[in-house]
Ligand binder design. Structure first.
Ligand SMILES: [Zn+2]
Length: 221
């Protein structure tokens, strides 16, 4: 589903199963943010095809973090020329704890590959300039992506519409999550693109959402 020029949104809307939202940034270097669960990848693939993207067209994958519901389907790109990227701390976490972590969640650590690391700073994808922001708290090596050209924030599992990321999984840290959200709240965002649930549209709505999350949930985590 096209949200803006060169921005495609693939919401996960089923209540029967959990999966993440996925996003594609189009242009000269089509980039997929969070491919989701492996067994649900055919649904994403079908939705992307309706917008003209085959998996082989995806030149870059950005994983906002290495939780299975965001990361597992990376295995569908291992035989393609797609480059796969995530934060070094997210890679270290799955190297050191991935097998145990996935097993606790009832899954096996999937085959994966990391072609390069994303650290805080600028990232050019084709003609688009993005900013990688290290956003710890929900998961080790969590990152958000800020696209200043359209004032959009790909928020992963840091902040959602009227909610925030859980911190009870291994590597979660509620104090760090609050610091992260406080930091994100200072960005000028008119499109909040979370890893689950609906997008938040409009500068005022995004501001209200940050305010609501900080006042409603900070005392609870
Ligand atoms: Zn997560």
């Amino acid at each position: 589903m096209k949200l803006l020029d060169d921005l495609y949104f693939y919401p996960w809307e089923s209540m029967a199963e959990n999966n993440c939202n996925s996003y594609v940034i189009g242009g000269a270097l089509p980039t997929l943010i969070d491919p989701g669960h492996h067994h649900l990848f055919p649904k994403l693939s079908e939705a992307m095809a309706a917008d003209g993207f085959q998996p082989k067209d995806i030149k870059l994958i950005i994983a906002t973090h290495a939780h299975p519901d965001h990361f597992e389907a990376i295995q569908n790109f291992l035989d393609l020329e797609t480059r796969i990227s995530l934060h070094p701390e997210a890679e270290r976490f799955i190297e050191e704890h991935g097998e145990h972590f996935f097993r606790v969640l009832g899954m096996n650590l999937p085959p994966y590959r990391v072609d390069f690391h994303l650290v805080e700073g600028e990232l050019e994808v084709g003609e688009h300039r993005l900013r990688v922001i290290h956003t710890p708290g929900h998961a080790p090596g969590s990152i958000c992506i800020y696209w200043s050209e359209v004032k959009a924030l790909f928020a992963g599992d840091v902040i959602f519409s009227q909610s925030l990321g859980r911190t009870d999984l291994p590597g979660g840290n509620s104090a760090l999550l609050k610091e992260t959200i406080d930091r994100l709240a200072s960005l000028e965002v008119s499109l909040l693109l979370p890893g689950h649930g609906p997008v938040v549209q409009g500068k005022g709505e995004v501001k209200r959402n940050f305010h609501l999350v900080r006042t409603m949930f900070y005392g609870m985590i």
